[in-house]
Design a protein around this ligand. Structure first.
Ligand SMILES: Cc1ncc(COP(=O)(O)O)c(C=O)c1O
Length: 453
């Protein structure tokens, strides 16, 4: 039996060729860091429902899930019909249109804090705008972000993402980019209190699930304390719901946890799988966007442009998606499938005697393979204790590249350590995945990459 890399090269000859071609015109070969793989990434030709196929003809159960945007799976007929109908009517109308109002109405109906909505083209842009709104509304400069929390690639929050501490997460950031960003540790209410008491912070932004889409879960009491401390100090609370929005519940994590932020950022699911983002929040705060004079660039308000904001094709797909979300079934169905998947994969780890766990909340699963000392217990709700050390969870990173490749060899695609489960993943996909996981573990065992319990 060859090793994983050798098998990988043999199994994906067409992907290998395409990666070689890409290297001549695309410097990192891929178009998103998370798609980087060695010896090369695979190339997908098409996708339907919970499945996709690569250019070599291999079939996968897909858990990359459009990076979390495909709550209804690939190419859902209702979303396709809505987007196609609008495509034929024009992709950019260079003007206001009715769909943007309907889209905003659906968001305000679903998301508790959303009294008003502004559209952007990505989650990153939504974060940029939310922070601009927060600074304008409060007249304060500083932003608090939490270590390991991801908010897209905007300079002002592009730090403290990995084990290397609070440093910028990329070269090329201007030295001043992070000077108004304070990084605090997740779940440390005391540090937060000390910082907020100075009343210099415009907003605290965080992933309400806990860092990295809930891979490092947030403590619920901490979320509650965060709400109380921000309110008491005139600081805005921004939930970055780019992942959790419409997934944790139809109203997102804020509905799921029963905590109302002042603003939230939305992306991914909000656009039905087409490029989109939004900032939603309290009317009083969002009022800083309103025009108060005839000059659109007048001082005294937050200005925002963007050629593709609320473009009609995305709006049509977004309306179709949110209309389904409003029924409640996609969120419920995806969460039920994810719970089953977690149990099935944990049973595989048990029966194979391998140290690791699969955990998560709602329809997100995280795969963690590490020696027993670095493995948390999985609680009856499917998640792990919020006080389990992040450093231990990061031990799981070591095996992730090989795990991803082994799973691809066996017909399953995941994104980093995450599995995004959709409402159309069924029993068949779960059994397929459990069997593929068993075989993938054999590859890892052969290379000495897993520990016994
Ligand atoms: C929590 C969170 N915020 C913001 C973003 C950035 O969104 P986008 O990739 O659409 O710019 C992401 C992307 O994964 C995210 O997970």
């Amino acid at each position: 039996m060859p090793g994983i890399d050798e098998a990988f090269c043999n199994h994906f000859p067409r992907s290998r060729q395409l990666a070689e071609k890409a290297s001549h015109v695309i410097p990192r070969r891929v178009t998103h860091d998370a798609r980087h793989m060695l010896p090369f990434p695979i190339y997908i030709s098409h996708a339907v429902g919970p499945r996709k196929w690569d250019v070599d003809g291999n079939e996968y159960v897909d858990y990359a899930g459009g990076h979390g945007s495909l709550l209804l799976g690939h190419a859902h007929p209702k979303l396709l019909a809505a987007a196609s109908e609008q495509l034929a009517k024009g992709t950019h109308l260079g003007a206001s249109h009715e769909l943007e109002i309907r889209w905003a109405q659906l968001i305000t109906a679903l998301v508790p804090c959303a009294q008003k909505v502004e559209f952007t083209m990505s989650g990153t842009e939504a974060v940029m705008l939310a922070l601009r709104i927060a600074r304008a509304y409060t007249g304060r400069r500083l932003i608090v972000k939490l270590a390991h929390h991801f908010h897209g690639w905007y300079d002002g929050v592009y730090c403290a993402l990995g084990p290397e501490g609070h440093a910028a997460a990329s070269l090329g950031l201007p030295p001043a980019a992070l000077q108004d960003t304070v990084v605090l540790a997740q779940n440390d209410a005391r540090a937060l209190q000390a910082q907020l008491e100075r009343r210099e912070v415009a907003a605290v932004i965080l992933e309400p699930s806990g860092a990295r889409a809930g891979r490092f879960p947030a403590d619920r009491a901490y979320l509650q304390a965060l709400r109380e401390m921000t309110a008491a100090t005139g600081t805005l609370l921004i939930f970055d719901e780019v992942i959790t929005g419409f997934r944790y519940s139809p109203g997102g994590a804020q509905e799921y946890y029963g905590i109302n932020p002042d603003l939230c950022t939305l992306g991914k699911i909000v656009g039905g799988g087409l490029p989109a983002g939004a900032v939603a929040g309290k009317a009083e705060v969002m009022a800083v966007m309103e025009f108060g004079s005839a000059n659109p660039y007048a001082k005294g308000r937050v200005s925002h442009t963007g050629t593709y904001n609320a473009n009609p094709v995305t709006a049509a797909a977004g309306i179709a998606m949110l209309s389904e979300v409003a029924t409640g079934w996609p969120t419920r169905q995806a969460a039920a499938a994810a719970a089953e998947l977690r149990q099935a994969l944990n049973r595989v780890l048990d029966s194979e005697g391998i140290s690791g766990c699969v955990y998560g909340e709602s329809s997100v699963c995280h795969l963690h393979l590490a020696p027993p000392a670095h493995c948390p217990p999985v609680l009856p709700n499917g998640n792990i204790p919020a006080d389990f050390p992040i450093a231990s969870l990061l031990e799981g990173d070591k095996v992730l590249p090989a795990l991803r490749k082994a799973l691809l060899l066996e017909g399953v695609d995941i994104l980093s350590e995450h599995l995004w489960v959709s409402a159309v993943h069924g029993e068949e996909e779960i059994s397929w995945t459990a069997e593929a996981f068993t075989r993938a573990l054999a590859w890892l065992r052969k290379e000495g990459l897993v520990s016994r319990r």
